[in-house]
Design a protein around this ligand. Sequence first.
Ligand SMILES: [Zn+2]
Length: 174
Amino acid sequence: MILLAHFAGNEVCLRQGVFSAKKTDFIFWAEHEMAVELTRKSFTPYVAKKGEEYMNGHQRKHFRKILEALKSELSQEIDRTVHTMQDEATVFADPNDRASQESDMALELRNRDRERKLIKKIDETIARIDADEYGYCDSCGVEIGLKRLEARPTATLCIDCKTLDELRERQVAK
Ligand SMILES: [Zn+2]
């Protein structure tokens, strides 16, 4: 199984595919749709027992593990970007080369900025797990649900409130 992580707005999303039955891989998608493949970590989707209490110790541990894996992948990605930028800090004689180098770097910086924000978001989410507040909708208080959380481990709204939120945002944007 392959998990595709991509960034939609402020949420870290994971998409599940069926490429391999044994292992789960993380692939990160940056906003500009360019896939950046990072170190592979495995995790298996949580299988709740019948009547199991929502967000019990095992479940909290499961999501903590996912979030920590995401965080370390992102941190490694930031380190990689820093090194790339240092390596590419050549001064080109051709103004066209300089212009494209500048736009490349601007893009890298934006990516790095987004990655930092996501790490912050992940930290906040881990703090919610520790405070026993994880997995409930910020707006209406219902359980967000294991499936949605596995797809979007940083989600703070249930799917209904999220949909409503997006509708409102679109209204405002008009
Ligand atoms: Zn809600």
